[in-house]
Design a protein around this ligand. Structure first.
Ligand SMILES: CC(C)(COP(=O)(O)OP(=O)(O)OC[C@H]1O[C@@H](n2cnc3c(N)ncnc32)[C@H](O)[C@@H]1OP(=O)(O)O)[C@@H](O)C(=O)NCCC(=O)NCCS
Length: 169
């Protein structure tokens, strides 16, 4: 993965319907196999249609997301800039909604994940979401460091490879 060669201008905003179709595929292309493995628990090359439909379906309440862009790379078909990350919660039939955060490889370790978490949790507070669950692979040091900043409490996950966190928003 090529490191970026300019000073990024990181901005975040809530995702709206249509963002998925516009931005998802190009951002997904910029995830390494390792990042796809850490995010989807398998190094998927292509997401199954039912997963794509769920990710596209943001209503701001049951499923909501915040997208990060590098505004230094804005262009006519990308007025917000280059899409570089997303944090979301998704309703779960079993309990509180589930959190995920993804930052494309070239922008990892630059504070984008922290910005996305801050924005997503502020949005959750506004929308009345009180608790969020995050299932994180045990080996995922980056994500575990990130969620630990938000007073996350470890819960039973039922899977030795997965650490389940509860975050009280
Ligand atoms: C996990 C992830 C979202 C973190 O985003 P990020 O933009 O890289 O995170 P930040 O730059 O805001 O860093 C947050 C903290 O995590 C630490 N961190 C980030 N990546 C790390 C790594 N690989 N190993 C150890 N610590 C790491 C940072 O040092 C920072 O802590 P610090 O401020 O005390 O130094 C991002 O690396 C990613 O998308 N990974 C692949 C997908 C994934 O694992 N998603 C989570 C699935 S639930």
């Amino acid at each position: 993965m090529e490191p970026i060669d300019h000073i990024p201008a990181i901005v975040t905003r809530e995702a709206v319907p249509g963002d998925f179709e516009r931005y998802f595929d190009e951002a997904f292309q910029e995830l390494s196999a390792e990042s796809r493995h850490l995010r989807f628990f398998t190094a998927v090359r292509e997401l199954p249609e039912n997963v794509r439909e769920r990710l596209a379906d943001v209503d701001g309440f049951r499923n909501a997301a915040v997208v990060a862009f590098d505004a230094a790379l804005a262009r006519p078909d990308h007025p917000d800039g280059k899409p570089i990350g997303v944090a979301r919660w998704m309703a779960s039939p079993e309990g509180p909604p589930e959190l995920s955060v993804t930052v494309i490889d070239a922008y990892q370790g630059m504070g984008v994940g922290t910005r996305l978490m801050d924005s997503l949790l502020a949005l959750a507070r506004k929308r009345g979401v009180r608790r969020i669950i995050a299932d994180v692979l045990r080996e995922n040091t980056g994500m575990r460091t990130l969620v630990n900043r938000y007073r996350a409490v470890i819960q039973r996950s039922g899977d030795p490879l997965v650490v389940r966190y509860r975050i009280d928003v």
